[in-house]
Design a binder for this molecule. Structure first.
Ligand code: COA
Length: 382
């Protein structure tokens, strides 16, 4: 008897190594540890482009006719609209988890919302959630500010030029990253002909998971629990012995250190030295704990690399973007509960660009599964 197609099909769990589409947006080169976004290496892009400029570049790569000024305007208008909408979100922003709140709040947006409003809403709703949870009133986005500056302002934090630059570098660095799980989820929704808000809600749902966007909070908890570099090895050994994963280490695609980890590490160094030069001002230097955290993070990373290499020789489990996200965002005094939401504020631009690209391809994404359940007991199958 000849085998059916489903019996001979190869199952690729987790779709690893499967190419399901073509994209002009970004390329993750796992072997070389390289990330190209809209034709630029991420190191260059984060140095030379503001978030608005990078979004304009990404949307242009998706085939849209946009310039930086139009993105700046769309995001500024979007922030104002999103802030005005806060009172219509019911109890969405009172949820305990920031990503849960964000998913519920973004789901309130009408399906005809513009791209600018959707991207801006993620930042505005996230910042409002962080304020409300401490009992404080949300802060309106300042006019004339960039997206990064507005986000710092809405969080009630210090927003001098070096902090704004550091947050901008972060937003650009994580804006897009190939067909990661949340982007794939957004594209699947878009491929059905559904609306942009639904695609972004799907993206938020996928990013919420600890294996995707939820790692930097636990990385910070880990660094806090380790406390000093001398305790790094024993702490990590105990975690691995208990069968737990080291957060911020390993990656599905990178077989080298995630290039974004280096970009963020440098952004923290630059922030440190810029603020050290400005110690005379009231809002001057980073506090000592933020500076200590960078050197602790480096020591913990080195130990984690060593221990993971012993357990998985040759697998090259190295630091991923989340490792230094924790250090950078905490230096900017972003509350750790909001880390994943700030990630979403940046990645929402990537989701939007991918949805535009997906719509142009207009092919329903619908993979198959090998059925291994019971078959009905019918005479013709014997
Ligand atoms: N700590 C401990 N062990 C790890 C690990 C980590 N951070 N990352 C991977 N491993 C182990 C896996 O358990 C697996 O072991 P096994 O073969 O005995 O089951 C082996 O290394 C290979 O894993 P791999 O196939 O490379 O990983 P993956 O593609 O399934 O998972 C991640 C990739 C990112 C989900 C995984 O590395 C992870 O959970 N990291 C921690 C969470 C994190 O930082 N997420 C943010 C990603 S940007």
């Amino acid at each position: 008897m000849t085998k059916s197609a489903s019996e001979t099909a190869e199952v690729r769990e987790g779709l690893e190594g499967v190419l399901v589409t073509k994209t002009r947006l970004s390329h993750v080169d796992g072997e070389r540890g390289r990330l190209i976004v809209a034709g630029r290496d991420v190191e260059e892009l984060s140095r030379t482009h503001s978030f608005e400029a990078a979004v304009a570049l990404l949307l242009s790569a998706a085939g849209e006719d946009v310039v930086v000024a139009s993105v700046e305007r769309a995001l500024a208008e979007g922030r104002a609209k999103a802030f005005a909408r806060l009172s219509t979100l019911g109890d969405a922003l009172s949820r305990r988890d920031a990503m849960d709140a964000l998913r519920a709040a973004v789901a309130h947006l009408p399906e005809e919302s513009t791209r600018g409003e959707i991207i801006a809403s993620v930042a505005v709703f996230g910042a409002a959630w962080a304020r409300l949870r401490t009992g404080a009133a949300p802060i309106a986005p300042p006019t004339g500010a960039s997206h990064a500056e507005a986000l710092l302002a809405m969080l009630g934090g210090v927003r001098d030029a070096s902090r704004v630059r550091a947050l901008d570098a972060y937003l650009v660095t994580v804006m897009d990253h190939g067909l990661n799980a949340s982007t794939f989820a957004a594209r699947v929704v878009a491929s059905t002909g559904s609306d942009l808000v639904s695609a972004v809600v799907a993206g938020i749902g996928a990013l919420k998971g600890p294996l995707h966007g939820g790692a930097p909070g636990p990385v910070l908890e880990m660094l806090t629990a380790i406390g000093t570099r001398e305790r790094a090895a024993s702490y990590l050994e105990a975690e691995l012995a208990a069968g737990r994963r080291i957060m911020g280490m390993g990656h599905r695609i990178y077989r080298q250190r995630d290039p974004r980890a280096l970009v963020l590490e440098r952004a923290i160094e630059e922030l440190e030295s810029a603020l050290a030069r400005a110690t005379a001002s009231a809002d001057g230097a980073l506090d000592q704990s933020a500076r200590d955290r960078l050197s602790l993070a480096r020591a913990v990373e080195a130990q984690a690399e060593r221990l993971l290499e012993q357990r998985q020789p040759g697998r090259n489990l190295r630091a991923n973007v989340e490792f230094y996200t924790a250090v950078l965002l905490s230096a900017l005094e972003v509350p750790s509960e909001l880390f994943a939401a700030v990630f979403a504020a940046a990645r929402s631009a990537g989701w939007v660009a991918h949805v535009i690209e997906q719509r142009r391809q207009s092919r329903l994404i619908r993979p198959g599964a090998l059925y291994i359940g019971e078959l009905p007991n019918r005479a013709d199958q014997t």
